[in-house]
Design a binder for this molecule. Structure first.
Ligand SMILES: [Zn+2]
Length: 186
């Protein structure tokens, strides 16, 4: 019978509670039978559900309120999508994976991946912008006031090597859109 897997809980119920649980189980079996090709499978299907739910909880011993657990958790279908034959992502009529749930999951994975890519791109461009700002700040603070990079400025070997290394540094960053930024003239 459908309530077989929960016989331990059944014994802990009062007479009134047993009546209620039995009635609820009958309603659920009837409802399940209505959507199955082989209606005779309904009691076994409900028994399987109770077994699964018990496994989730960790066994009958861990159920503190047997009546509430049976009525609100054990016997209830968990329709995970819009398909009324869906119970926890498994089709009640076929016992296979619910296609509707599968599709929804695929879609959300694709959306998540797209979101990750977008976020990755924006973090990368923010870091690049910060590095560029820092490089320009160094350029402006230390070199621009002296005009040492004009073609006709006399340069010490130290100036020249500083210019070259900073020029390489600046060249490694993409220019901000709409702003050419300071340029080094060689
Ligand atoms: Zn589903």
């Amino acid at each position: 019978m459908a309530l077989g897997p929960v016989s331990g809980l059944w014994e802990r119920l009062s007479g009134w509670q047993q009546d209620q649980v039995e009635a609820a189980a009958k309603v659920e079996v009837k409802r399940l039978a209505g959507m199955l090709e082989r209606p005779g499978d309904a009691p076994r299907l409900l028994a399987d559900r109770l077994t699964d739910r018990l496994e989730e909880t960790g066994g009958e011993a861990l159920v503190t309120g047997p009546y509430g657990w049976l009525i609100r958790r054990g016997l209830l279908q968990r329709q995970a999508c819009s398909d009324r034959r869906c119970d926890d992502g498994i089709r009640l009529d076929t016992g296979s994976e619910c296609e509707n749930c599968h599709n929804a999951r695929m879609l959300s994975e694709v959306e998540e991946a797209a979101f990750d890519t977008e976020r990755h791109r924006s973090v990368r461009s923010r870091v690049a912008a910060q590095q560029r700002e820092a490089a320009y700040a160094v350029w402006g603070k230390h070199y621009a006031p002296y005009g040492i990079w004009h073609d006709d400025s006399p340069m010490t070997p130290g100036d020249r090597s500083a210019k070259e290394s900073l020029g390489r540094h600046l060249a490694s960053f993409p220019r901000p859109p709409g702003n050419a930024g300071p340029t080094t003239r060689g």
